[in-house]
Design a protein around this ligand. Structure first.
Ligand code: AMP
Ligand code: ZN
Length: 447
């Protein structure tokens, strides 16, 4: 049974779904105006491990993810590229789907592009106007936070002075500046041809509105789990709670889960700081995307993790080692109950993936027959998502061409001809392998 940290209570809680056997999971998806960076991808991997843990515990998971295909950033990107909003968001939606497939992230049950939910968004704003918690100003509509006494429950703003009457039109702002936030933005010339003519006037939805509307439309209210990166706690998730709870008087979400940031040189990896890498950058340096997944599994999702190329290299080496080891193994038969129990305990202990990896390595190094280890490892990989099946029992058949290059390289290294050794490494890499020089000689891995 899963024990998980709920940001709402700031405590580890036992997970009990609202409906027996099924979990409603909503995760905030990407803003599709550019490639996702590996910081963003950390959040999606955390959510994937969560989902896989629920599946391993025997639940069915209905997972919904929005795609932000309308906001300030997407409009700006489409204007800069001189492409329609539809075209530009389609390009980056596809790129996102590509990235998550490479990282073995299970796709959601449903992708929900925000622009397909304009009608229910308008209906929610009308409800908030009717309930007296929203008001109009210069054609835009704002949520009046002073009319919602529970405002700040998730971000714990209780002791903060709410600046009554202050308004923000931008989608994102700081925690020390809570203010009435925009639900519906009146059209402005800079929006160009991006607008909807609705009962609320000519304009477009604010960012926070989409997640309230899509999650409840697809999962009902309340639903079980809402997850995202920690930067979303405020204002995004706080505002989602305000919108959904002020509209219905019912609780919005039972468990709020947040993953910590990926850092670079101690700072959050962010597009705005221009300190980011994408999966394409990793690929250009010949890393397997799953080495990045492995690296993330070594840390707890609620701890910050500083990204370095050296740590990625260590993760790649560990993963290669695992792949090479299981190539020699026999076909899976009955597994090792002792290790399987320990593994699930670690996963169910607030997704303790580093402990789960330790259990995995203990299994790999244990004296059980390889057929038993193989059976358990395949079960573990349902949570870890490291593609073990692809390598298990598949003894490598290296072509004679590669074999010849390897021999030449060993000879070059024996006479310390490093230039030639590097040239040969490049040639071997072009044939789809990476080489690790170990004390036992050259170790070959597929890229
Ligand atoms: P965005 O596309 O900017 O809306 O962000 C998508 C997801 O990435 C959100 O869940 C963010 O919380 C998350 N995110 C953004 N930067 C980072 C980071 N450096 N580390 C981890 N998650 C991040
Ligand atoms: Zn959201």
């Amino acid at each position: 049974m899963l024990n998980i940290y709920n940001t709402l209570s700031r405590k580890i809680e036992k997970f009990h779904p609202l409906k027996k056997g099924v979990v409603g999971l909503y995760t905030c998806g990407p803003t599709v105006y550019n490639f996702a960076h590996i910081g963003n991808l950390r959040s999606y991997i955390f959510e994937d491990v969560l989902k896989r843990a629920l599946l391993a515990d025997g639940f069915r998971v209905k997972h919904v993810m929005n795609l932000t295909d309308i906001d300030d950033k997407t409009i700006k990107a489409s204007q800069e590229a001189k492409q329609t909003l539809k075209k530009i968001t389609a390009i980056y939606t596809n790129a996102f789907k590509d990235d998550i497939a490479k990282l073995n992230i299970l796709p959601p049950t449903k992708y929900a592009p925000a622009t397909q939910y304009i009608k229910p968004m308008v209906a929610l704003v009308q409800k908030l106007l009717k309930n007296g918690v929203a008001y109009e100003k210069n054609g835009s509509i704002y949520f009046n936070i002073a009319k919602f006494p529970n405002y700040g429950q998730l971000a714990r703003l209780k002791n903060q002075k709410l600046k009554v009457g202050a308004r923000v039109d931008v989608d994102n702002y700081e925690k020390d500046n809570p203010a009435d936030f925009v639900l519906w933005k009146a059209w402005m010339p800079k929006d160009g041809d991006v607008f909807w003519k609705t009962a609320l006037g000519k304009g477009r939805p604010g960012w926070h509105l989409e997640c309230s509307v899509i999650s409840v439309a697809e999962l009902g209210q309340p639903f079980d789990i809402h997850a995202g990166g920690v930067d979303l706690i405020f204002p995004h998730h706080e505002n989602e709670i305000a919108q959904s709870e002020a509209a219905t008087g019912k609780q919005f979400v039972k468990y709020w889960l947040h993953g910590e940031h990926l850092l670079v040189d101690g700072q959050k990896m962010a597009k705005s700081l221009n300190n980011f890498f994408t999966l394409r950058d990793l690929k250009a340096k010949k890393f397997n995307p799953l080495a990045f997944r492995y690296l993330l599994l070594t840390a707890h999702y609620r701890s910050k993790l500083n990204f370095t190329w050296e740590s990625l290299q260590s993760a790649q080496n560990a993963l290669n080692n695992l792949y090479e080891t299981v190539r020699e193994w026999d076909k899976p038969k009955i597994g090792c109950a002792e290790f399987e129990e320990k593994f699930l305990d670690a996963v169910n202990n607030d997704l303790n993936t580093s402990e789960a990896l330790a259990v995995m390595w203990n299994l790999v190094k244990s004296d059980y027959p390889t057929s038993a280890k193989a059976a358990s490892l395949l079960k573990f990989d349902k949570v870890l998502g490291l593609d073990i099946k692809k390598y298990l029992g598949k003894k490598e058949k290296i072509s004679t061409a590669v074999q010849k290059l390897l021999t030449e390289r060993a000879q070059a290294r024996a006479v310390k001809d490093w230039k030639k050794s590097d040239e040969l490494r490049k040639k071997i890499e072009e044939l789809g392998y990476s080489i690790e020089d170990t004390s036992g000689g050259q170790k070959l891995c597929t890229i």
